[in-house]
Design a binder for this molecule. Structure first.
Ligand SMILES: [Zn+2]
Length: 223
């Protein structure tokens, strides 16, 4: 396991790198920004470390907020929501370590951030910056529905004034992102990538369903 990936530890953050000299694309994949969304991390590790069909160079940071994951809470040890700090001046050593790690390996052709929705049973994808081809979204929707997993229609979070994006069949495109402290908007606005995808996996799914959803998402939207 992990034989093709090189592990780098910098400023408290683990980063796994797989460089393919002949590849056209370099993809940053992240998870674990919120400490109550850690159940998908071993499933992502299983996929990335064992799936044979990856031809892209990969930079993988599975635990973006190690302190929040240790406590199992949304906020990190500095009391911050780790996905509201990007591009905002904050005294937060863990966040600084994440930004340094991301900067060290930039730029990226695509950035993918995995989250879990702890409330909703539906899955959904934020597409920020350059837009996915509609054919990929249609294929992804079809495969998700074949699994029996519902797609979100309506608002992501009616109670969070920094969210409130409207989803149609599990998809929302943000062409002009604002500076809201989120990884997906900051990384596009700062020019480190032209496109960022945020994947929301329902926490309530079984481990098998999460695994299948992760595989479909990689094969239909990412690779
Ligand atoms: Zn989250």
């Amino acid at each position: 396991m992990i034989n093709k990936f090189q592990k780098i530890h910098h400023a408290g953050i683990d980063c796994f790198i797989r460089e393919i000299a002949s590849s056209d694309r370099r993809i940053l994949i992240t998870a674990g920004l919120h400490g109550d969304e850690g159940s998908i991390i071993p499933l992502l590790e299983d996929f990335l470390f064992e799936f044979e069909g990856i031809s892209d160079s990969i930079v993988f940071i599975p635990r973006m907020s190690p302190s929040a994951l240790r406590s199992g809470r949304r906020l990190n040890d500095s009391g911050h929501d780790s996905n509201r700090l990007f591009g905002r001046k904050q005294d937060d050593p863990e966040h600084n370590g994440v930004v340094e790690t991301i900067d060290q390996h930039a730029p990226y052709d695509l950035v993918v951030s995995f989250h879990e929705d702890v409330d909703y049973p539906e899955t959904y994808v934020y597409d920020t910056g350059r837009q996915l081809p509609l054919s990929k979204v249609i294929d992804w929707r079809y495969e998700v529905q074949q699994l029996g997993i519902p797609l979100l229609n309506g608002l992501d979070d009616p109670n969070d004034p920094e969210l409130q994006h409207v989803f149609v069949d599990g998809y929302n495109h943000i062409s002009h992102p604002g500076r809201d402290g989120q990884l997906e908007t900051w990384i596009v606005l700062s020019g480190l990538t032209p496109q960022s995808l945020t994947i929301e996996i329902p926490s309530s799914l079984t481990s098998e369903q999460k695994t299948e959803l992760i595989w479909i998402t990689f094969q239909k939207l990412i690779f």
